[in-house]
Design a protein around this ligand. Sequence first.
Ligand SMILES: NC(=O)c1ccc[n+]([C@@H]2O[C@H](COP(=O)([O-])OP(=O)(O)OC[C@H]3O[C@@H](n4cnc5c(N)ncnc54)[C@H](OP(=O)(O)O)[C@@H]3O)[C@@H](O)[C@H]2O)c1
Length: 250
Amino acid sequence: MNQTVWITGGSEGIGRALALRLCDDGAKVAISGRREGRLAEVAAMAATRRGEIYPFPLDVTDRDAVAKTAAAIEAQIGPINIAVLNAGTHHKMSADEFSSDIFEKLIEVNVMGVVYGIEAMLPRFRSRRRGHIAVVSSVAGYRGLPYASAYGATKAALINMCESLKPELDKANIAMTVINPGFVRTPLTDKNDFLMPFRMEPEDAADRIAKGLARRSFEISFPRRFIWGLKLARCLPYAVYFLLTRRLVR
Ligand SMILES: NC(=O)c1ccc[n+]([C@@H]2O[C@H](COP(=O)([O-])OP(=O)(O)OC[C@H]3O[C@@H](n4cnc5c(N)ncnc54)[C@H](OP(=O)(O)O)[C@@H]3O)[C@@H](O)[C@H]2O)c1
């Protein structure tokens, strides 16, 4: 893979595993996250691999910093071919704990962090008439789930945004991908205290994402058994859907 890839949230979890996987394939990977030390550790792991990894510390909620980081990556390692906007966070919230603070925080990171990334990359991709934007959403965005009113809303917003952008970006020869993972073993899910069916390892998730990106698929979602069940649930009428989701309420 002779490509330059920018991954936000590349210091941990899915982003870290994807950076290492693409580096194994020979890519030049720029990784961003807030913790410089973690980024440096991941970058050092490139020494024994085919490609290269470069740390670019960044808080994705800072619009100017996102634009400057995109410019710095292109100046230092070359034009970005694929931007994987993956940085995100989760906060379980029950109806009893309903709080605009939690919404604001999740919207800032999960939605605006991605929006700033797209805003930084689109003019560059447009002027080159090529490029690939990949947004990491979640199956939690498919339909409303108990305790996920804030997280799920941010992920549903991302899926809708990607669907909306795709036809126009197709015409500009810019690929649009939305990545909807099921449960993946990362620090984000390690803190969950509920059953996580079919939870997979980050390396496995990274492998599926890398293959989907190479195919320039619109949606990359996994694991398949879980996805089919959830996609079927999207077609259920509310009466049946709520019969099922009420059972998830403790
Ligand atoms: N794990 C799952 O089961 C799962 C399932 C569906 C979707 N997802 C989505 O996949 C993405 C990655 O999740 P993960 O499980 O790999 O999470 P993770 O292990 O907690 O890693 C999150 C990454 O995002 C970065 N990040 C968080 N806030 C940031 C900010 N404000 N600015 C810059 N970077 C920030 C973190 O780095 P710093 O802390 O150093 O900033 C870290 O590198 C998220 O969008 C998540 O919603 C995960």
